[in-house]
Ligand binder design. Structure first.
Ligand code: LAN
Length: 740
């Protein structure tokens, strides 16, 4: 049976390095002896149910994780007794009923906590991540070291469950079929041992052939297919590693395009890509590779016009079409390749990229910033030296990204969302006022926060590696990952303050002041001249650079932009900090908040909403907007901004009392209602927004209706169901936030 291992020791693996004994690390392990026959039967039942409903419900409910916590859940002894007909009732809900359901929810949630204090959950959703890892491992001849027969079966189960009815695979689990998802999914299935005549494989092949073959694809897919050797490097737009040798200074003009100024995720993806491209790193030609060349095209492989294929892209994938200027640039660089290949300039550029790749690996303990550069860096290290320690260290960290649920095995969008979920969980649990009942859980969570704070900057000189300071911040997942983020630092700081409202006896010792000062230092350093806050770094260039965004499926990836979410989290954290330490950097904080407030108001849309970039969508953004307004002293009765936000939300409330927003809002940038039931997560965000600015004092009834919806949705054991996917990145790709 599959078991989630949390914060285990290294199991004697000398290649696994950790700063804090692997606190927060999570991976799934297959143990044939684990579990009773009843548990295994339950797991099978969950799998069967998922498969039966796979076209209606795409999100796992993390049943295997919940099964593992079954004893703790049973011991919590929760039994929700719901009022029959609650949804149909009118007027205020009974406070005692609300309290009962909150208690049940909190106890249930506490039972899900891991022994090191964090909450674990499925952080899947995107379907273009696992293929990169699988192709990298297959190329390096290391596939079987990560994927045993049971894991391979789970990967195939995942593909069977997430294939769309038309035979294709989406960019993410809820998306329409794309060439990106289908061509790479096809390769994964075949590499994992599926037969070419398998029903699922044949349907995917038909989808591909109907669209003319895999050359009609996104640039990232072409890259991976070229690595695998089923697509020619001549059909890939240049990923010139020499870009790393450009001058950085902005006065040079060209310096504004230096990759060191890109959004860190974009930069860290194009870095190893440019190395692998620069050496044309390709898998050795196996029988499978030869078969794939024949299976993936409706025409003969040898007859393909590769130069002409560079800019082909299936219409299903085309979210951000290349502007003409980009195609001109690629054409020019394509021609330059004949001169650059093998030149001393190329050697110098490759050396530079390797230096940066090794730095990233070392400063993240080989976790790497995200799933894409994880697979790419592993591959680059293998191409550099297959016997290297670096490659072995990479292998040790691969399981950190893999998740198993009843829908199968997937690669997650990060090495988990541990810190993020723990920070919000603490704030929510403290807000219940049930400290006495769940003190033990809060104490553990406190330990997690303490052990996870980043205590040092990455190795100097930071500028040489294009890194921002980190000391005092928190990362999204674990300390070993270590990349600081403005809102992760801020929400963790708010969680620390929330814990500070409870007796130390109950929740354990607070984090010392000087460490909180370090955190505030990072938060302040993140504010941009605009007054807003971006994600991991300051904004380093201008939005015109987006003209050179080569990724057809993602928008806004080139630089780190200001966001309402990041700005709001940073400001609300600063406000709380100011209440507790009114004399620490008081002037700077006041100025930062005044500038931030202007910024937040300037990006509010005319209809009163804010566009959310990391959750679905206007309900998410508006929640952050309202939280910031509220901490800055604005409310429904005093501020136009707050009133407009409430009007917006109230217009979107639905018949069942809830809110339900579709992910289409993110792509289209227009509010889009979900079909069917409302969504508990959107409902919670909308209610918190309204209450933050005091709307309940004006008219409490819409909030009672929202509460009734939430209460009606709670399950008997205290849990809430997983509905539609609720996270997003780069406008077009969805990602799961199971704890929301
Ligand atoms: C994340 C996850 C966390 C998220 C929040 C902290 C919630 C947000 O407020 C700021 C942005 C951030 C840090 C974020 C950015 C984009 C990420 C890293 C992800 C959504 C997780 C996966 C995604 C990453 C870019 C996926 C790889 C794809 C590429 C286009 C490189």
């Amino acid at each position: 049976m599959w078991r989630l291992v949390t914060a285990g020791d290294s199991g004697g693996n000398p290649y696994l390095i950790s700063l804090n004994n692997n606190v927060g690390r999570q991976y799934w392990e297959f143990d044939p002896k684990a579990g009773t026959p009843e548990e295994r039967a339950r797991a099978e039942e969950f799998r069967k149910r998922f498969t039966e409903n796979r076209h209606a419900r795409h999100h796992s409910a993390d049943e295997l994780l919940r099964l593992q916590a079954a004893d703790k859940i049973k011991a919590a002894g929760v039994r929700v007794s719901k009022d029959a007909g609650i949804l149909e009732a009118q007027g205020p809900v009974a406070a005692s009923q609300v309290e009962h359901q909150i208690l049940c929810g909190s106890k249930y949630y506490a039972a899900l906590q891991q022994h090191d204090g964090h909450w674990a959950g499925d952080y899947g959703g995107p379907q273009f991540l696992l293929p990169g890892l699988v192709i990298a491992l297959y190329t390096a001849g290391a596939l079987d070291r990560i994927f045993g027969p049971e894991a391979k079966a789970e990967v195939l189960r995942y593909h069977m469950n997430h294939q769309n009815e038309d035979g294709g695979f989406g960019l993410h689990i809820e998306g329409h079929s794309t060439m990106f998802g289908t061509s790479l999914g096809y390769c994964v299935m075949r590499i994992m041992g599926a037969d070419r005549d398998d029903k699922i494989v044949a349907a995917a092949r038909k989808w591909i052939h109907d669209r003319g073959g895999i050359q009609h694809n996104t640039s990232w897919a072409k890259f991976w297919l070229a690595v695998l050797g089923v697509y020619s490097w001549d059909g890939v737009n240049p990923l010139t590693p020499e870009m790393w040798l450009l001058p950085y200074a902005s006065w040079t003009g060209i310096g504004l395009l230096h990759p060191g100024r890109m959004w860190c995720h974009c930069r860290m993806v194009y870095l190893p890509m440019s190395y692998v491209y620069g050496v044309r790193g390709t898998c050795k030609e196996t029988d499978l590779v030869r078969q794939l060349r024949e299976e993936l095209y409706p025409v003969a492989y040898d007859g393909i016009d590769w130069n002409g294929a560079r800019n082909l892209c299936a219409k299903e994938d085309l979210y951000y079409p290349h502007p003409l200027i980009q195609d001109v640039l690629w054409w020019f660089l394509y021609k330059c390749e004949y001169l650059l290949m093998g030149s001393s300039l190329r050697k110098k550029a490759l050396k530079e990229t390797l230096k940066l790749i090794h730095y990233e690996d070392d400063s993240t303990r080989y976790v790497d910033i995200g799933p894409v550069n994880k697979a790419l860096n592993l591959l680059a290290c293998w191409f550099e030296d297959p016997d290297s320690v670096a490659f072995k260290r990479h292998l040790a960290r691969v399981p950190d990204y893999l998740w198993v649920a009843e829908d199968g095995m997937k690669m997650q969008g990060y090495n988990g969302s541990q810190l993020w979920d723990t920070a919000f969980s603490v704030q929510a649990l403290v807000a219940t006022g049930l400290g006495q009942e769940i003190g033990g859980c809060l104490k553990l969570a406190n330990q997690y926060l303490e052990q996870t704070q980043v205590r040092e900057d990455p190795a100097p000189p930071l500028e040489e590696f294009y890194r921002h300071i980190s000391k005092g911040a928190w990362a999204f997942s674990t300390k070993d990952h270590g990349w600081p983020i403005a809102d992760c630092a801020s929400e963790a700081l708010k969680a620390v303050f929330a814990l500070g409202t409870l007796p130390e006896k109950l929740v354990g010792p607070p984090i010392p002041d000087d460490r909180l000062f370090d955190c505030v230092n990072v938060i302040l350093s993140y504010q941009n001249p605009s007054g807003g806050w971006a994600t991991y770094e300051n904004t380093r260039s201008y939005s015109f650079v987006e003209l050179f965004n080569p990724a057809e499926t993602f928008s806004n990836i080139m630089i780190d932009y200001d966001y309402v979410e990041l700005s709001s989290s940073s400001m609300t954290a600063l406000c709380e900090f100011r209440k507790k330490y009114p004399n620490h950097r008081a002037k700077e904080i006041d100025t930062a908040l005044a500038r931030g407030k202007k910024f937040i108001q300037s990006i509010q849309r005319n209809d009163g909403s804010w566009y959310g970039s990391w959750g679905v969508c206007f309900t998410y953004g508006t929640w952050f907007g309202c939280e910031a307004l509220s901490e800055l002293g604005e409310s429904y009765s005093t501020s136009d901004s707050a009133r407009k936000a409430c009007t917006f939300l109230l217009e979107k409330q639905r018949k069942d009392g809830g809110w339900g927003e579709s992910y289409k809002s993110c792509q289209d940038r227009v509010y889009s209602q979900l079909e069917g039931l409302s969504h508990v997560v959107n409902t919670a965000w909308a209610m918190m927004s309204l209450m933050a600015v005091g709307y309940h004092k004006v008219d409490p009834l819409p909030l009672h209706a929202g509460a009734r919806f939430l209460m009606s949705m709670q399950e008997e054991n205290g849990d809430w169901p997983q509905q539609h996917i609720s996270g997003v990145f780069n406008k077009n790709c969805m990602i799961s936030y199971s704890q929301y």
